[in-house]
Design a protein around this ligand. Structure first.
Ligand code: ADP
Ligand code: MG
Length: 665
């Protein structure tokens, strides 16, 4: 690929400016697409309202009068004859144009119309009037020192000099099938569109190309994973597994059984499992994971389950121990607050293989931890773990199978892309008897109503979660608000109910103690500073109150809400906020996590769904997963077919695509 400095007009200074905005070679330059287009469509004087933007063409009727006020400030006035009448034009700081603005010259004036004075205050005057009535002008992201005009010139020069060398990532068969123009033509049009129809056409083509390349890579990774056949060889005794399932105090839903079956099949298959288990909050993913770990134990391998918080790890541990109480399975809990001596014992047990299942937090992936024969790694709420940490854990085992659990339902569009190299099991069905959680959006001024609702529930013997207002400044002021809130609650409920606090800076042991007390109904109102602390299962808690609800994404709110409604009693969730209530009201209507995630996705983009930003490949130059779903589906299908078509294995393009895959992940 030609280098940028070979492009005529690009000197050392512009070169460094281009590099600054990540344009490093000719391909980067010509695929620096306009982020929008200004459509210069001529208006009619009578149809533009007072104070509105106007674009109009006409002939200059009077010699422009130039006024200079002080250095750097001047103004020019002239009269313009248009098809819809005569109008005054004034423009600041364009003294240099005076010699060109001769009487009789055709110009396009862009500006704001003052109807009363019949004057346009112009922001721009264009001399290059075309005969056609519409001109579409590309607008680029630039940087100080580099104008839109510069950018456009460089791009067009690069296309002229090197247009034929720009690689085209669409295989010929698909280019023909869809009647796509070649890459050079497409680039020429996207940077210099003459009509919006043509622009639309090549935009689709370029989006397709980008998504095709992306999906090819994802499909390739998936294929390699399946091909490798270097996973563990297991034969699972399904009868034993069924005996275990019978001991579970409830009946698994069909979706749970299906997900479990998919996991067991993966464990038996010689390929490594790389599966995402997704399900709405409360859909019962944990028990599926436990059963998978038990099956893995039956085959003689160790399992590790990593949870995002100590509280959650402890809860999982307690539940699993209870479930396995009359088996020989040895389960250990390893967290940051496990005492040193106990920790060393666990390390030893994991190394010798006397511990079969370990549950914990990040402590599981510390360097000291050596496993005897780790066969299965499960991460709960996987998006809270960085990619690096996950990789680190995977590297500990020989070739462990990996299951990710996520309670943030992933819109289909996402699942196809970031998790496109994974298999996905989905639990949609909720366990029987679950009811819809009544949700209310309230203002801070309505706190009395909120306290009344809480009081009613407390009187009925139920418990309440309160998520405290978020304070960003410091941990200390954070504590102040929680304590103030506690005082406020005390004032409202007197000493009838016990109120306690968990917060982020609390030592693990202290947190566990309070959670334990909440679980045992020794604490009735639990105030929590952070979201994470409440990833727990307390069926008697029926009310969730969230302050500053507008600060959370809908998916997060949905997860928080899912902490209640776990028992058989009617439950409610109160979202307190003075702003953004339109968005929050979606929560009043909707209780399907998948729909909510999709809404969130539409409203906020993918920014806060996962650690998406960690995988830089999600940034597309022209395509958008959100808007180009249909193209994505087609590109996915086509790229899969292309990948699987052995007759194209020798293609230069295919080889190029494969060799670029080191950039994915
Ligand atoms: P999540 O998918 O959010 O992690 P959990 O696994 O914590 O959900 O399950 C939520 C609650 O539902 C737990 O108390 C669990 O024991 C219970 N549960 C799970 N599956 C079923 C089922 N099939 N029937 C009844 N209760 C179930
Ligand atoms: Mg869970």
């Amino acid at each position: 690929m030609a280098s940028l400095k070979d492009v005529k007009g690009i000197g050392p200074k512009s070169l460094s400016l281009l590099n600054k905005i990540n344009i490093n070679d000719v391909e980067d330059l010509v695929t620096h697409y306009p982020f929008r287009y200004d459509v210069l469509k001529r208006d009619d004087l009578s149809k533009v309202e007072d104070g509105e933007k106007i674009i109009i063409d006409g002939k200059i009727e009077s010699v422009p009068i130039l006024m200079r006020f002080k250095a750097g400030l001047n103004k020019m006035n002239f009269r313009l004859v248009t098809q819809s009448g005569v109008v005054g034009v004034s423009i600041f700081n364009r003294a240099f144009l005076k010699s060109k603005l001769l009487v009789g010259t055709d110009v396009i004036v862009i500006g704001k119309l003052d109807k009363g004075k019949n004057v346009i205050t112009a922001s721009d005057i264009k001399l290059d009037v075309l005969s056609n009535k519409v001109k579409i002008e590309p607008v680029y992201h630039c940087t100080s020192g580099l104008t839109n005009k510069n950018m456009s010139n460089y791009i067009n020069m690069a296309l002229l000099q090197f247009g034929k060398e720009i690689p085209d990532y669409i295989p010929e068969e698909f280019r023909e099938k869809y009647n796509f123009v070649n890459k050079k033509t497409a680039l020429n049009i996207i940077h210099n569109p003459s009509t919006s129809e043509k622009l639309k056409e090549v935009t689709i083509r370029l989006k397709y190309e980008e998504l095709f390349g992306f999906m090819f890579k994802i499909n390739y990774l998936k294929q390699q994973n399946k091909k490798e056949k270097n996973g563990l060889n297991r034969q699972i005794d399904r009868d034993e597994v069924n005996i275990f399932i019978k001991k579970i105090p409830f009946k698994l839903t069909n979706d749970q059984l299906k997900a479990l079956d998919e996991i067991l099949n993966d464990l038996e298959s010689p390929s490594r499992m790389n599966r995402l288990l997704q399900g709405d909050v409360g859909s019962g993913k944990t028990i599926v994971a436990f059963t998978g770990m038990y099956a893995n134990y039956l085959c003689g391998y160790q399992s590790a389950l990593m949870a995002p918080t100590e509280i959650l790890a402890t809860q999982h541990y307690n539940n699993l121990v209870e479930l396995l109480k009359d088996t020989d399975v040895k389960v250990a809990l390893l967290t940051g607050s496990t005492p040193k001596k106990e920790k060393n014992d666990i390390y030893k047990g994991l190394m010798l293989g006397t511990i079969n299942i370990v549950i914990g937090t990040h402590a599981l992936i510390q360097d000291e931890v050596i496993y005897n024969n780790l066969g299965l790694v499960i991460t709960d709420e996987q998006h809270r773990f960085g990619v690096h940490q996950r990789a680190n854990l995977q590297n500990k085992g020989i070739k462990p199978d990996v299951l990710y659990m996520s309670a943030t339902p992933i819109p289909r569009t996402y699942a196809l892309t970031i998790f496109g190299d994974m298999d996905v099991s989905t639990i949609k069905e909720k366990p029987k008897g679950r009811q819809k959680i009544a949700t209310y959006v309230k203002k801070n001024s309505e706190i009395k109503d909120v306290l009344e609702m809480m009081y009613k529930e407390l009187q009925d013997g139920h418990q309440v979660y309160v998520i405290a207002p978020l304070i960003e400044e410091s941990e200390n002021s954070d504590l102040t608000t929680v304590n103030e809130l506690k005082d406020q609650m005390k004032l409202a409920f007197k000493d009838k109910y016990r109120i306690d606090i968990v917060h982020g800076k609390m030592a693990g042991g202290a947190k566990d103690l309070i959670m334990e007390q909440f679980k045992d109904n020794k604490v009735q109102i639990l105030i929590s500073t952070t979201v994470v602390e409440v990833g727990v299962d307390v069926p008697n808690a029926t009310t969730m109150v969230i302050f500053d609800a507008d600060r959370f994404g809908l998916s997060t709110l949905h997860q928080l809400r899912g902490r209640v409604g776990r028992g058989t009693s009617k439950s409610r969730c109160i979202l307190i906020s003075d702003s953004d209530t339109e968005r929050l009201k979606i929560m009043e209507k909707e209780d399907d996590g998948f729909v909510i995630a999709e809404e969130d996705f539409k409203l906020r983009g993918h920014g806060d769904l996962f650690g998406v930003k960690q995988s830089g490949d999600m940034t597309f130059k022209i395509a958008s997963i959100r808007n180009d779903y249909k193209i994505l589906l087609q590109a996915r299908k086509d790229s899969k077919a292309y990948l699987e078509d052995e007759s194209t294995d020798k293609d230069k393009l295919k080889k190029e695509l494969i060799s670029s895959i080191t950039n994915v992940n």
